[in-house]
Design a protein around this ligand. Structure first.
Ligand SMILES: [Zn+2]
Length: 528
């Protein structure tokens, strides 16, 4: 069974009575908009979006809320911003910090909207809201009051569940300093039922400077913010959440999730949502910070892959297993091959986990009209686009063996676009091929055995009636079988050397068949 279906089944079992009444299941996820969003966050977004999607496809009414968390303070400066300029904002809330780029209301809007656009592109449609709306509208007021009134219960839960001791005078709340506007530097010292006393000091936290101000302020209507484990529980309550997971790091014993669940039950008297953890999403290559680009951000990954292929990357691996993606290597060609395999199976009428996955790999909007079409291998398209003498459409038509339909041509266009993008950005050197217009200097280093084998191959090609991928493949095999004093590897390396100036390349027969026969013969005999 597709992993998201299993989770959706658990949700249905848990909220059976509610669903039977026709009431909506609330799914929630959030991302703090503290900078460009790392691909890792797509794991969490895909978990929530796909569970909501599966539920909806089963006829369960469901609403997926996605929060841009703009109410958190800045607690670090992203490496691509000027540290000197942003240091003064450390400890200030993201929605109050100016946007590094024009056209956005604040810091959080720039990065939050950028990420939401990726989610939309992925078909992870969600109702987007901001954390600041929850606080400023007063929706959090009752929970802030309960938190302050039951602060000793919260202290006990922190000690019991996460073994972390808080001082006896601890008030789980930060307020915004009326003098300097910072949140992280304030410490609340009492609550009289309507207002809290606070001091703003550099001693409160190491990374934010305070101004020394002290005063009394109402903790409500956006003046105060709960610490995040308490806030997590409060958000379960405010939105009435039924399904919400989180990163594996929060799911450890005594971790944030257990603390939030205990607070939800024991302090807010609210049954916490069902949830599972998502494993990490790693980017394998070491070159990720190189000038070539940085697929470590969600935006860049979404530019590197078309929607259905990115969804495949996110959905094919069960959520509790790690994804390690390496755009330098063959991960992208392999992803396309995987898509092609799922498509072929589905289109041949097979109904199994793969055909279910194939459906969900497409956005809900695409799903009703997935056209059956010819799917040329991505690796071959990536080769074609590097050979200026080749007409990609003609080559694909040869592969297909019949004229291309409109859908086929659209697919070829798409693969050409993404193959070029991959080759220009991440593809390792071994995928880059340049047909050498003249005999490469490398050919001078060939041994006599290699030269003889090439000459023999040339003669056989000249005598043969056919000049096709298949016939050339057979011929090269026959030569290889008859070699003496030369390994098969050295024979093939010699062929790649004279045509591409490299030691390896695409499948020999198929590759040579795309070239002019006379040219192939001349080059193999080192005459051109
Ligand atoms: Zn202050």
């Amino acid at each position: 069974m597709f992993w998201a279906e299993k989770i959706a089944n658990d949700v249905v079992r848990k909220y059976d009575a509610r669903i039977k009444k026709g009431e909506s299941i609330i799914v929630r996820d959030e991302k703090t908009a503290s900078g460009r969003v790392h691909v890792g966050s797509l794991r969490s977004a895909s978990l929530h979006a796909i569970v909501a999607d599966v539920l909806a496809s089963e006829g369960v009414p469901v609403t997926f809320h996605f929060e841009i968390n703009d109410f958190d303070p800045m607690d670090g400066i992203p490496s691509y911003l000027d540290e000197a300029e942003y240091t003064k904002y450390m400890g200030m809330q993201l929605y109050k910090i100016p946007s590094p780029e024009p056209g956005f209301d604040n810091f959080a809007e720039l990065y939050g909207q950028e990420y939401v656009r990726v989610l939309e592109q992925l078909g992870f449609g969600a109702q987007v809201y901001r954390a600041s709306e929850l606080y400023l509208s007063g929706k959090m007021n009752d929970l802030i009051r309960t938190t302050l009134e039951k602060r000793n219960d919260i202290r006990r839960i922190y000690a019991e569940v996460s073994k972390s001791e808080r001082p006896e005078d601890w008030h789980p709340l930060n307020v915004v300093c009326e003098n300097c506007g910072k949140l992280s530097s304030t410490k609340v010292t009492d609550f009289d039922g309507e207002t809290v006393a606070y001091t703003c000091s550099s001693d409160t936290i190491s990374w934010a400077e305070g101004c020394g101000h002290s005063g009394r302020i109402s903790p409500f209507d956006g003046n105060g913010k709960l610490p995040w484990k308490v806030e997590w529980a409060a958000k379960f309550v405010v939105l009435g959440v039924h399904f919400e997971g989180g990163g594996k790091d929060h799911y450890s014993k005594g971790g944030a999730r257990q603390v939030a669940e205990a607070i939800s039950r024991e302090v807010f008297m609210f049954e916490p949502p069902y949830g599972v953890f998502n494993e990490f999403f790693l980017i394998g290559g070491k070159k990720m910070s190189s000038s070539k680009g940085n697929a470590a951000t969600a935006v860049e990954l979404a530019e590197l892959l078309p929607t259905h292929i990115l969804r495949l990357l996110l959905l094919k691996t069960p959520i509790n297993r790690q994804i390690d993606f390496d755009p330098d290597g063959d991960a992208i060609p392999v992803l396309f091959d995987t898509y092609d395999r799922l498509a072929e199976k589905t289109w041949s009428g097979v109904e199994d986990d793969d055909s279910v996955l194939f459906q969900f790999v497409h956005t809900p909007a695409e799903r009703s009209h997935i056209h059956k079409r010819f799917l040329p291998r991505f690796s071959q398209i990536a080769f074609f686009v590097q050979m200026p003498h080749m007409d990609v459409f003609e080559e694909v038509e040869k592969m297909k063996g019949s004229p291309l339909t409109d859908e086929d041509r659209t697919e070829v266009d798409l693969r050409v676009t993404y193959a070029k993008r991959w080759l220009e950005t991440y593809a390792d050197e071994k995928f880059i091929f340049v047909l050498q217009e003249t005999l490469p200097p490398h050919a001078a280093t060939l041994t006599n055995e290699q030269k003889q084998a090439l000459a023999q191959f040339a003669t056989r090609i000249e005598l043969a009636d056919e000049f096709t991928g298949e016939s050339l493949h057979k011929l090269s095999h026959e030569i290889k079988e008859g070699l003496s004093g030369l390994s098969a590897g050295d024979f093939y390396a010699a062929i790649y050397a004279v045509f591409l100036g490299k030691e390896s390349g695409p499948k020999i027969g198929w590759f040579l068949s795309t070239l002019d026969k006379d040219f192939v013969i001349k080059r193999l005999t080192l005459k051109a």
